[in-house]
Design a protein around this ligand. Sequence first.
Ligand SMILES: Nc1ncnc2c1ncn2[C@@H]1O[C@H](COP(=O)(O)OP(=O)(O)O)[C@@H](O)[C@H]1O
Ligand SMILES: [Mg+2]
Length: 174
Amino acid sequence: MNTACRLHEVGLELPDPDATERLGAVLAHALPEGPPALVLALEGDLGAGKSSLARALLRTLGVQGPIRSPTYTLVEPYPTARGSCLHLDLYRLADPAELDGLGLDEHYPADALWLVEWPDRGGSLLPPPDLVLGLVHAGPGRRARLSAHSPRGELWLRDARLDELRCKGDSASR
Ligand SMILES: Nc1ncnc2c1ncn2[C@@H]1O[C@H](COP(=O)(O)OP(=O)(O)O)[C@@H](O)[C@H]1O
Ligand SMILES: [Mg+2]
């Protein structure tokens, strides 16, 4: 990793969809040993690349077959060799209370890996994020900002091999 970047916040240029997918793969490879017990919040407008990144991460964890968008179901669970993964897309959530109806607490282990698109719509009913990935349009590509929000998120970010992805350094740091 470019040492000019502070560990708790890293900016990256993602010039094409392949770069977004590589970032997803890098994050999958960097997951700590044992059950993930991590929440990755995926922020950004429609078309920013959130689902692309989530799909690449899940594929890298060995998920085969279709990876459906959870736009209508709100949540899609994936058992993986690394434990349970949940892909949520809360864009259509009208009220955070609707999350109660999904039975997330009862049906999914607390040590799952959560990949959450539109996390703001879940309000306080969602577990807090360990890592936040913000994606914004930047010309034909995207700009990403990764920020750790917990010690586990910091470890995850520390172990991510971002060296192949260009680092923005100070301009994106807090
Ligand atoms: N870094 C990138 N540069 C250009 N296009 C990208 C990039 N990352 C993803 N895309 C493209 O953006 C489109 C929307 O991606 P998607 O993952 O569905 O967005 P979201 O889930 O944020 O709405 C897809 O066609 C995808 O290939
Ligand atoms: Mg999406």
